[in-house]
Design a protein around this ligand. Structure first.
Ligand code: AMP
Ligand code: ZN
Length: 467
């Protein structure tokens, strides 16, 4: 029944997707470290896996989607020292900003968004279990995992232990028994945020967070575990080592990794300083165009970020929007009749094509192409002199379902109405200004402000967004 195939990093093959429980999907995606705004590279993960989730739901699956927040780590501690503010305050701020960005990009909330700091006891217990199993050891308040004791360590990143040993030799850390061992727990330096443990005060290592939160909400074995390709090693490899050693069960059946967004062919990353944050980009481009940009390439291909491609994405979004508007308009005027059988069969074929593309490792790029085939069809039908309301409705429903519900590239109806109202007011305000009726212009600005609409003057004209 289930025809989805997905590329599993673990086996390096496309495999038929088989869930552990019938019709239920347990999915965990590593979330952001909340010490700063997220950039468009991070957004690729969250937008793409939002579409994976939406598509599985479209197929009738019940998806439990867990996405964590890493709200304590080295970068947060550094940021807290820099800003002279508690880690928790910084994390809280950027979680809020994260949701603002994601709401704008049409990313649905996960079923749960657990925060690392809310699961500290679970992490302490997990570390203790690994110590008790002799798979971890404590040194001056740090606790390390004995990677070499997990015979299949390296299986996700497809490195043999020999290769890993050779690669790890350069790293020097006197405390570790072996350079490949990794930290489960880190002793606190003076003044750092910390929690009490049997090994003294400290904080969790990054990998143990995900192992513990995944188990808490999804159980020992997940269907899908995902993130950007840089997480494959060491983060996901280490999650596997910890979880499988703790639970004596496979940790996740399918591992999915998206490729990077690059800037001048180099990974976009905060440490390289070549990032475009979603927050900045939202001021320059429409959020739907950003979403389109992220989905118009298959997730396993890198994308090079340029303004030019986003401008093209703006055009594509405008074409989708116009088609929907025309259908809406025609729907109101068309007479009742019946759904044209030829149209019905074309729509069925489009559904099949759309599903074939998405079933093939969630190929959103090709699914978008099918969406444009449907738009072309819609544009033909709205121009017909005689067309039934039912035919127009069928086209509209097809687009709303595939382009809207699954891909999230069509604004929900309420937002469309809002957009029309706001744009009419902006136009009126510009006219008022031109005719020097500043009282009216200010009135409109205040009205928009009261509705949470922020106006910005850009070279492309006045843009607006919801604050
Ligand atoms: P971080 O907050 O750094 O842990 O990253 C959050 C997510 O974004 C992870 O899944 C990363 O793999 C992913 N990521 C980071 N940089 C990029 C990039 N340039 N392109 C695509 N994904 C990225
Ligand atoms: Zn993780």
């Amino acid at each position: 029944m289930m025809k989805v195939k997905l590329y599993n990093t673990l086996t390096r093959q496309k495999e038929p997707f088989q869930t552990l429980l019938p019709n239920k999907v347990k999915m965990y995606v590593c979330g952001p470290t909340v010490y700063n705004y997220i950039h468009i590279g991070n957004a690729r993960v969250f937008v793409f896996f939002d579409v994976v989730r939406r598509y599985l739901e479209y197929l009738g699956m019940e998806v439990t989607y867990v996405q964590n927040f890493t709200d304590v780590d080295d970068r947060l501690i550094q940021q807290s020292q820099k800003e002279n503010r508690p880690v928790a305050e910084i994390a809280e701020d950027y979680i809020e900003k994260y949701f603002e960005d994601m709401d704008a990009l049409g990313v649905k909330r996960a079923t749960v968004h657990p925060r690392a700091t809310e699961h500290i006891q679970g992490m302490i217990d997990a570390v203790q279990t690994l110590i008790d199993k002799d798979l971890a050891y404590e040194v001056n308040g740090d606790v390390y995992f004995r990677s070499l004791h997990k015979e299949d360590y390296g299986k996700l990143s497809h490195h043999s232990l020999e290769e890993l040993k050779a690669g790890a030799r350069i790293e020097v850390n006197d405390r570790k028994e072996h350079p490949l061992d990794f930290a489960l727990w880190k002793a606190a330096k003076p003044g750092e945020v910390s929690w009490e443990t049997p090994w003294g005060p400290g904080r969790p290592g990054w990998h143990i967070e995900c192992s513990v939160m995944a188990k808490e909400y999804l159980g020992d074995t997940l269907d899908i575990h995902a993130g950007g390709v840089d997480l494959c090693f060491p983060h996901h490899e280490n999650e596997i080592a910890q979880s499988e050693s703790m639970n004596d069960k496979a940790f996740a059946n399918y591992w999915l990794h998206n490729e990077f967004i690059n800037m001048n062919n180099e990974k976009m990353s905060k440490s390289l300083g070549n990032v475009m944050t979603v927050n900045e980009l939202r001021k320059l481009f429409s959020p739907l165009a950003l979403r389109y940009f992220l989905l118009a390439a298959s997730y396993r291909h890198p994308i090079n970020f340029t303004d030019e491609v986003i401008k093209q994405a703006e055009n594509s979004i405008a074409r989708i929007q116009t088609a929907i508007e025309n259908l809406n308009h025609r729907k109101q005027n068309a007479q009742h009749g019946s759904l044209d059988p030829e149209l019905a069969s074309k729509l069925e074929k489009l559904t099949e094509a759309f599903q074939n593309e998405m079933n093939d490792d969630f190929n959103s790029a090709n699914a978008v192409t099918v969406l444009f085939d449907a738009i072309k069809l819609a544009n033909e039908w709205v121009q017909k002199p005689i067309v039934s309301k039912e035919s127009i409705t069928a086209l509209w429903e097809w687009l709303e379902l595939h382009g809207g519900t699954v891909l999230g590239l069509i604004q929900p109806k309420e937002q469309q109405v809002l957009a029309e109202e706001v744009e009419a007011l902006i136009k009126e305000r510009q006219e008022a200004r031109r005719s020097k009726n500043f009282v009216r212009a200010d009135e409109i600005r205040n009205e928009l402000q009261a509705r949470g609409i922020i106006l910005e003057d850009t070279p492309q004209g006045v843009r607006w967004r919801q604050g």
